[in-house]
Design a protein around this ligand. Sequence first.
Ligand code: ADP
Ligand code: MG
Length: 314
Amino acid sequence: MAEQRAIQVEGLHRYFGEIHAVEGVSFGVEQGEIFSLLGPNGAGKSTTISVISGLLRPTQGDAQVMGHSVIEQPGEAKKYIGVVPQDIALYEDLTGRENLNFWGKMYGIRGAALKKRVDEILEIIGLTERQKHKVGTYSGGMKRRMNIGVALLHKPKVVIMDEPTVGIDPQSRRNILESVKALNREGMTVLYTTHYMEEAQELSQHIAIMDRGKIIARGTHDELVQIVGELDRLELTLAQDGAKVLDAWRGVEGVEKLSTEDGVVTLLVGDSNLVLPKLFEAANQVNARVSSVEIFEPNLETVFLHLTGRALRD
Ligand code: ADP
Ligand code: MG
């Protein structure tokens, strides 16, 4: 028999009244891997992991953590997981160390074991030097790192992180990505959600791309990029009044998809060297000015555009 999966989600649905936040999601996370749920805001990532974490009941379907159903055995399932929520839950008037002590005691860790564990955690999250400062004085990124530390106190087998790098400084972001990798090297399974394709690419062995409550593709990074084969992605910026060229561009031979946002037009094209001259020709005919051009090799962004017709980024 294959090894027990760390997480198994089967036919999961979660509705909020009329809103179908999650609609028939299934995936498995192997023990010891980093698995990313990649998708734009509103895709249903947080709802999915809230069900896995036992914070929300599914409308339909089930999730298992180390073989324990979140519906049938929620207490057992919870024992194995540490959850890093998007929102920060820390005491600002306590120091970093005091916060970890507090939450450690909540988990029933005491005395020398607690001291040792708190020392380890402070190392992992890179806050040993700031441990005696009040959390209220920390930057947003440092608070995020504390949040991760709290989730690790009871040495969970599986840690679930919900977009832990949103809105923080580059140094904290780097620290978080490196600690995720370090934890994983020590054997921890990680379920990571993000809307940054670079993070999914850097961290994970498997990626599920989620959109509008559904998983639209999953596999390794390379398997996913194979979906678009040889298509290039172009990003063209139009000067004012440029929008009038969009219809003409849609009709250009070799253009597979076109989406536009804030004056930046993203296109999926067969061969950029053949298509670009035609795009410029079409622009010139209506006096639309292109102010910048970028060509990208196929990546997860391209895959998302190919599957949905929309751009993944904010
Ligand atoms: P993501 O984490 O991928 O950004 P969410 O799971 O937070 O997506 O949200 C998915 C959809 O469900 C969104 O349309 C969101 O507005 C809706 N949603 C999430 N939580 C609630 C809630 N408690 N009540 C109503 N709608 C919700
Ligand atoms: Mg979310």
